[in-house]
Design a protein around this ligand. Structure first.
Ligand SMILES: *Cc1c(COP(=O)(O)O)cnc(C)c1O
Length: 799
């Protein structure tokens, strides 16, 4: 069948065949699954482009203020299904693909998962882009086009193994190269004074090349752009060396330049301490600011209007160099007085803090900064001195002990600084930025995170979405607070049955997939207890697995006691250099092997660790979860967004009063949330006890027995000492208070068991979690940023 042979086809089918023929260059008889996926993607992309152009014209026409979201990470996942849902073309595409004799779901699952981020911070950026489009706010995301995203994880003998991720090995159908948007970015060199002006002459330069991906909002009303920068050499080939036969040396400049956008740093909580990381940060920030000013110049005359027309958000401190860079552009290159340049930059920039963990607050050695960015180092010192002069005796130094504190720099150069949940924002005021908050009491504001309901309920959980729409109509998809209307329907026994049936069907789907992909059989009637997130001591996956061990021991001691069947599902990656987190993975896998092989206990308790957690896996797991584990040490999880996805999909939370858990519990009701553990102030007080762990272990025989089982090699008979690092830490410093929270966690979990044994009660609690989670839409969050931080308004057709 060639394109010409078939006439009068439905539009989507025609578009797919046209792209298969003329874009991919294949005929239908010889097309692979990949070819079909590409053809469908291009057909869908065509429709997005129409909305994209209309949005761009409307934004220019309105002379609207634009929002720029600078983020080192965008954890976007797959785009095809999401685009189809937002264009409301998914049913049409399914029909077209099936009419062509293909399995629609297979086509969708052919797409690689774009993992240009580590976890929550990058996923937040992706949800924000979608909400900005849904709300018709003229905006652009700026980041790096990493050739290799977050590593692919597998297990060998229970250990994490990392492999390079290759999402760009195939053609990426969503992006448009923009060879006209290409800027040089300099590094090193020297600064000299010429005619009273400071002139920076970089010692080397690379080119930043733009690649644009359109991001379509709900119902295709508005489309914004994600612009990712790839690095290229200014002179790609050293021809002289090539002609002398030195082929490797000839290609060296290109290899060196490309290394800047080669890989995502696989760690979101420790400064990489690598020159390349600082280069990446400056590379994408400089290119983005250059682009922003070019666009501003094309629309507006007077640079002093910059803060009226431009709002820039720095997602964490990674783009913090934007402060000095913008001052450099305004002062050195455009000749504004220094003070005015600083004031303009500060009125334009805003900064989101994502963590209080001291090891995650970026600091760069002064000598590295001075060598790589000599002019910026001078400007940072001047900004620092200027801030000190404005607040004599009370200033907080940006440069101290030979390091540049990027958090302080971001704060000093920001119009607004925001935390990401109510609790986190209060802790930001009381701890990291206490002194700066005293100087600038109006600067810190809260914007509690959210998630896009299109991807995280409507698309990933069509069964529940359909039930909700059947009860209250479909307006909730674009206005999630309307989910509250669902609550009035929950008294209907038929509806409750439908909700329970949808969860059961989602669990069957997941079980089938786990059996096929990983060879493990799960009982869909068991409680699915899920903890999926980065592996980190503060997130306390080890608390969860200790409880599993204690439960296993309790079941063995009394198998007939009427246990509630449970499957504990784990997913998450450990940073390659984070040895302790990798040990936790190994422990969970070892415990799983022993427990799952135990004929007495395995009908009641199984443990599975699914490898390679990413957005796609989250989309599979969350709709099938009964229980959501949000068990971080209070005061350590800034917000969490996984917690919101679960509650929205009708999973109940067992959690601490940490991050946005606090607000989730307030919204869904304390009686529909399994709370345990110390509060943030109690955590601080408890750490003052030098033997808090020993006391907790002495007081709880279950905990003592679980630790002893690990130490005696119950899960590592080939190497009984394998987990001494973990048990030694828990018996000793136990900074994250796993032992001190264990007893209360056990108590809460038995309450979970009891609730699950009453299916009617469980379903009602779960449905209330869904109905009352409307506030956790990233649309609400973005409205908050627009009003309180950016001073931006919606435009045009979506307004
Ligand atoms: C939502 C999400 C996260 C964030 O999860 P938390 O539980 O909030 O840490 C991380 N990774 C992926 C793939 C996600 O979808």
């Amino acid at each position: 069948m060639t394109y010409q042979e078939t006439q009068a086809r439905p539009e989507m089918q025609d578009a797919i065949l046209r792209h298969l023929t003329y874009t991919i260059g294949k005929d239908a008889d010889h097309a692979t699954l990949h070819d079909w996926r590409m053809a469908l993607s291009f057909a869908v992309r065509d429709r997005i482009v129409d909305s994209w152009f209309a949005s761009t014209r409307a934004a220019y026409g309105a002379g609207a203020k634009r929002v720029y979201y600078l983020s080192m990470e965008f954890l976007i996942g797959r785009l095809l299904g999401d685009a189809l849902v937002n264009l409301r073309a998914d049913a049409e595409a399914r029909a077209a693909v099936e009419a062509l004799g293909l399995d629609f779901d297979k086509v969708l699952h052919d797409e690689p998962d774009a993992a240009l981020g580590n976890g929550g911070l990058g996923r937040l950026a992706a949800c924000f882009l979608e909400s900005l489009s849904t709300l018709a706010c003229p905006a652009m995301g700026y980041g790096i086009r990493y050739e290799h995203g977050l590593f692919r994880q597998s297990f060998e003998g229970g250990r994490q193994v990392e492999e390079a991720e290759t999402w760009l090995q195939q053609r990426h159908p969503w992006e448009f190269e923009r060879p006209e948007a290409i800027y040089p970015v300099g590094f090193g060199g020297h600064v000299a004074e010429r005619e009273g002006k400071m002139v920076w002459t970089p010692g080397e330069a690379v080119l930043a090349e733009a690649h644009d991906t359109p991001v379509v909002g709900w119902e295709g009303r508005w489309t914004n752009t994600l612009r990712l920068w790839g690095a290229r050499a200014v002179d790609p080939l050293d021809l002289q060396r090539f002609n002398y036969g030195d082929y490797l040396g000839a290609a060296a400049p290109e290899m060196l330049a490309r290394s800047i956008s080669r890989v995502l740093y696989p760690d979101d909580t420790t400064p990489a301490g690598k020159e390349l990381r600082l280069k990446q940060e400056y590379f994408f920030t400089a290119a983005s600011l250059h682009d922003i000013l070019r666009r501003f110049d094309s629309e507006h005359g007077d640079i002093r209007a910059l803060p009226d027309k431009v709002a820039i958000q720095l997602n964490d401190t990674h783009p913090a160099i934007a402060g000095p860079e913008l001052v450099r552009l305004l002062h050195d290159e455009r000749g504004l007085p220094f003070d005015e340049a600083v004031d303009l930059a500060r009125a334009t920039l805003n900064y989101t803090n994502h963590t209080l963990l001291p090891e995650a607050l970026e600091k760069w050695p002064v000598d590295l900064m001075g060598r790589l960015l000599p002019r910026h180092m001078m400007l940072i010192e001047r900004i620092d001195a200027d801030h000190a002069a404005r607040h004599p005796g009370r200033s907080v130094p940006i440069v101290a002990e030979g390091e540049v504190n990027m958090g302080t720099l971001s704060f000093v150069m920001a119009n607004r600084v925001n935390g990401v949940s109510a609790l986190h924002t209060e802790l930001v005021k009381e701890t990291v930025f206490a002194d700066l908050h005293a100087l600038h009491p109006a600067r810190i504001v809260n914007q509690t995170n959210g998630v896009t309901p299109r991807r995280w309920l409507h698309a990933c959980n069509p069964r529940l979405s359909g039930i909700i729409t059947g009860a209250i109509g479909e307006a909730w998809v674009g206005d999630l607070e309307r989910l509250s209307e669902f609550e009035a329907h929950l008294g209907d026994a038929g509806l409750q049955e439908e909700i329970a049936g949808a969860k059961r069907a989602n669990k069957v789907d997941l079980s089938n997939w786990v059996a096929a992909a990983h060879g493990v059989s799960l009982d869909p009637d068991a409680m699915f207890d899920v903890q999926i997130k980065r592996i980190h001591e503060y997130k306390r996956q080890h608390l969860n697995i200790l409880e599993a061990i204690a439960l296993w021991q309790a079941i063995r001691a009394n198998p007939g006691a009427g246990w509630t069947p449970r499957v504990k599902i784990f997913g998450g990656k450990a940073a390659p250099g984070y040895v302790f987190a990798k040990k936790i993975i190994h422990l969970i896998n070892d415990v799983a092997r022993v427990l799952n092989a135990d004929p007495v206990t395995s009908p009641y308790l199984k443990v599975v660790f699914l490898p390679n957690y990413n957005v796609t896996l989250a989309e599979r797991l969350i709709p099938a979860a009964d229980l959501s584990e949000q068990i971080s040490t209070a005061g350590k999880e800034a917000s969490g967004t996984g917690n919101m996805k679960f509650a929205l999909n009708g999973a109940l939370t067992v959690g601490t009063l940490d991050g946005a858990n606090v607000e989730i519990r307030d919204h869904v009701g304390a009686e529909n949330f399994f709370l345990f553990g110390m509060t943030a102030p109690e955590v601080v007080a408890r750490r003052g006890l030098h033997d808090h762990a020993a006391q907790a272990i002495a007081a709880d025989p279950r905990l003592a027995a679980a630790l002893e089982a690990i130490e005696q090699g119950a899960f590592s008979s080939d190497d009984p000492g394998r987990f001494h690092d973990i048990t030694g830490n828990l018996r000793g410093p136990d900074y994250f208070l796993v032992c001190s929270d264990f007893s209360d966690y056990w108590r809460a979990q038995r309450g979970v068991d009891a609730a699950y044994r009453d299916p009617g009660r469980w379903t009602r609690m779960a449905a209330l979690n869904t109905a009352r989670s409307g506030w956790f839409s990233s649309d609400r969050t973005i409205r908050g940023y627009m009003a309180d931080i950016w001073g931006a308004a919606p435009v045009g057709p979506g307004a």
